[in-house]
Ligand binder design. Structure first.
Ligand code: NDP
Length: 282
């Protein structure tokens, strides 16, 4: 008799070989005693929907979605969380018991958990600068606003995208009492920030972010959503700009957003500290 196959999960992207999601979900599963098979799937650039359908026909229970398919993942869903709709993108998909496809975006929750829980830095009342207005920043802006910083400014290389992102979140910011605006020029930034988050992919494209040294408070926090060696240019800037400031790369965010997805699928919240240490060691 053949063994039943364990429930099937995946991360879909293009490219995908670099993804650490299979290792993270395998570590969560081992910790929680959950049997699953989680694989990285490369979808053709014009083939997200057909790839998702083929995987579902083969028994897929849920999946993460990464670049460049997050907007398509949202569009494919029958049900979408408010935060996924506000972000215009989804990174976590699953099916309801009556087979409807649901979509969520856990990037912002993961970022927030890494900042507030892992780094112990409360955002309420702080001055926050978000660099970038791409998919990752879009996914994080709503949850960052929910943490109620006093002021949150968004800077992006193409300023029209920063303005568009800000205008999409204006009513949420007003409801929460957060001053939200786009920042045109980093050189003319109004004072120092308690928290500077780099949500650009500049370092991955060998691009340089020209950041003035007066941006970060002496006891502030600099966080790069990028992880590993590619985070060095931003974190080195932070070390020069404010030697006493805390510096974090995006590995904590990655593990925490995965934990949110794991909890949605399996109903168990993993111990992320143990898995983060394991991933750092690897
Ligand atoms: P997108 O391609 O959607 O957006 C890229 C962003 O980077 C845009 O704001 C773009 O500006 C900006 N950018 C690119 N090159 C430069 C440059 N040379 N100078 C200044 N700005 C630049 O990517 P994502 O938003 O999805 O991802 C951004 C980063 O976040 C990636 O490095 C990704 O790996 C990381 N990430 C990490 C996660 C984690 O869990 N740790 C989760 C998701 C993403 P413009 O609009 O002007 O082109």
């Amino acid at each position: 008799m053949t063994e039943p196959r364990p429930p099937h999960y995946a991360v879909i992207g293009h490219p995908i070989a670099h993804s650490r999601s299979p290792a993270i979900h395998a570590a969560f599963a081992a910790q929680a005693g959950v049997a699953l098979r989680y694989e990285a799937v490369l979808a053709p650039l014009d083939g997200f929907a057909t790839t998702l359908k083929a995987l579902r026909d083969d028994g897929l229970q849920g999946c993460n979605v990464t670049l460049p398919f997050k907007p398509e993942a949202l569009a494919a869903a029958d049900l979408a969380s408010d935060r996924a709709q506000l972000a215009g993108a989804a990174n976590t998909l699953g099916w309801t018991s009556d087979a409807r496809l649901w979509a969520d975006n856990t990037d912002g929750l993961g970022l927030l958990r890494d900042i507030e829980h892992n780094a112990g830095c409360k955002l309420a009342g702080c001055q926050l600068l978000l660099l970038g207005a791409g998919g990752a920043s879009s996914g994080c802006l709503g949850p960052l606003l929910e943490a109620r910083p006093a002021r949150l400014l968004v800077w992006n290389r193409s300023s029209s995208k920063a303005h568009e992102l800000v205008s999409r979140h204006e009513s949420l910011a007003a409801r929460l009492g957060v001053q939200l605006a786009a920042l045109e020029h980093l050189q003319g930034a109004p004072g120092r920030f308690d928290v500077v988050i780099n949500g650009t992919s500049a370092a991955l494209h060998s691009g340089r972010l020209e950041l003035p040294e007066g941006l970060l408070n002496a006891d502030g926090l600099a966080l790069d959503m990028v992880y590993g060696p590619a985070s060095a240019p931003f974190l080195d800037w932070a070390a020069r700009a404010a030697p006493g400031a805390r510096r974090r790369d995006g590995l904590g965010m990655l593990v925490e957003q995965a934990a949110e997805a794991f909890q949605r699928w399996h109903g168990v919240r993993p111990d992320t500290a143990a898995v983060l240490s394991q991933m750092r060691a690897a």
